[in-house]
Design a protein around this ligand. Structure first.
Ligand code: FE2
Length: 165
């Protein structure tokens, strides 16, 4: 509960810097940038923080793996774009989740569906662009899997860094 309250206040005070925006523009292609900058600012902050955690732990990765994982960090929550998920509706979704089974995901309201299905929605958004890397889509699609059930090392690192932020 204390974690959730902290997370709520963190989200309503979140900011990104101009340098960070410029860096994101170097990492992502045009369509991906459009999606990224359509995220609410606190989601942009979260995604940049996940990327920064990956930078700190990237010791074992080769250059391609590193670049892909940084992209995945920036794009992992892209499925939340235009879904009405915000700090208030997310709090409602967290409460809903406490009392309902994940097997019955409601189709409405949109924010509740996005709370559960944003990994798949994110993949759909990127596929519309036509040039998303298969591993990138795999990482985004699976970033909410329980970490103890994951064997892919890149996915494990993404989940670990997502959970830290
Ligand atoms: Fe997510």
């Amino acid at each position: 509960m204390v974690y959730r309250v902290k997370q709520f206040f963190k989200s309503i005070t979140a900011k990104t810097t101009e340098d960070e925006e410029m860096w994101v523009k170097k990492v992502l292609n045009g369509q991906q940038q459009k999606l990224f900058f359509s995220l609410p600012i606190y989601e942009q902050r979260h995604s940049i923080d996940v990327a920064k955690s990956i930078m700190k732990k990237a010791g074992q990765l080769n250059k391609d793996e590193y670049n892909l994982l940084i992209k995945a960090a920036l794009l992992h929550d892209i499925g939340k774009v235009n879904t009405g998920l915000n700090p208030i509706t997310k709090s409602i979704a967290v409460i809903y989740d406490c009392f309902n089974s994940r097997k019955k995901i409601p189709s409405k309201p949109k924010f509740l569906q996005a709370y559960y299905l944003h990994p798949d929605l994110g993949v759909e958004f990127l596929q519309r662009d036509g040039d998303a890397n298969k591993t990138l889509l795999f990482l985004i699609s699976n970033h909410h899997q329980p970490i103890d059930k994951v064997s892919n090392e890149l996915l494990k690192l993404l989940i670990e860094c997502d959970e830290e932020n």
